[in-house]
Design a protein around this ligand. Structure first.
Ligand SMILES: C[S@@+](CC[C@H](N)C(=O)[O-])C[C@H]1O[C@@H](n2cnc3c(N)ncnc32)[C@H](O)[C@@H]1O
Length: 216
């Protein structure tokens, strides 16, 4: 069983500590992104884990009537504080821990739902994170996802490949060229109930999103 209780944050630069949380707060709260969140987050139910909960932007979209307990994991100290504040604001009791998706600091089969939004772009090892999601989900549980990533059009993908090396350095390791639905499928999930497309009013290399429900 992979569980990392002694996880320690990596030393972070000024840019990572101060600027990346501000950038995420602005970029991830655009109206078209908030609309996409409203399609997926309210489906969370039971014992819920939000992986990469940094910033707490999803908090406003949960349906408290469907949630038995709420837990979160994120490696960013600055963003963790914001998540805890966001949980307090809506009166949600929350167990929010520092950690990474590659070694989720919760026991196996603890959750009915794992929600992960705009996070698989930033992790170090996408397939390890997906394996960890499977570990902490109960049989019959579901992963809810909403991510940006590799576009279907070669012309857009060419720009994603060009921009990514610089973008990931300023954007908290955010990659533009990662697969989304197919990554869940490669990890053994069956995906349903979602869709994909370019978000309006956003540059195409940044705006291809996919969302859905992934079951073991
Ligand atoms: C673009 S932000 C998205 C935050 C939030 N999920 C949302 O939808 O607004 C990416 C998040 O992934 C977190 N993150 C980066 N590496 C991670 C890892 N290895 N495991 C879990 N979360 C990670 C960052 O700290 C940050 O909170």
């Amino acid at each position: 069983m992979t569980q990392q209780s002694e996880w320690q944050p990596r030393p972070a630069s000024w840019w990572e500590r101060v600027m990346v949380p501000k950038l995420i707060g602005c970029a991830c709260a655009q109206p078209q992104i908030m609309k996409a969140r409203s399609r997926i987050v309210p489906k969370a139910e039971g014992d819920v884990l939000e992986l990469g909960c940094g910033g707490g932007i999803n908090m406003a979209f949960y349906d408290p009537a469907r949630i038995k307990s709420f837990s979160g994991v994120d490696p960013s100290a600055g963003l963790l504080d914001r998540s805890r504040e966001a949980a307090q604001v809506i009166g949600m009791e929350a167990d929010i821990r520092g950690g990474v998706g590659e070694a989720i600091p919760f026991a196996s089969e603890s959750f009915d739902t794992v929600l992960c939004t705009f996070t698989l772009c930033s992790v170090d090892d996408q397939q390890q994170v997906l394996a960890e999601m499977r570990r902490v989900l109960r049989p019959g549980g579901k992963a809810l996802f909403l991510e940006h990533g590799s576009a279907p059009d070669e012309g857009v993908r060419k720009w994603q490949r060009r921009i990514e090396p610089v973008w990931k350095r300023i954007g908290g390791n955010c990659h533009l060229t990662r697969p989304i639905t197919s990554a869940y499928e490669a990890a053994g999930f069956k995906v349903s109930g979602g869709d994909k497309g370019y978000m309006p009013k956003s540059p195409r290399p940044f705006s291809w999103i996919e969302w859905g429900e992934a079951r073991i």
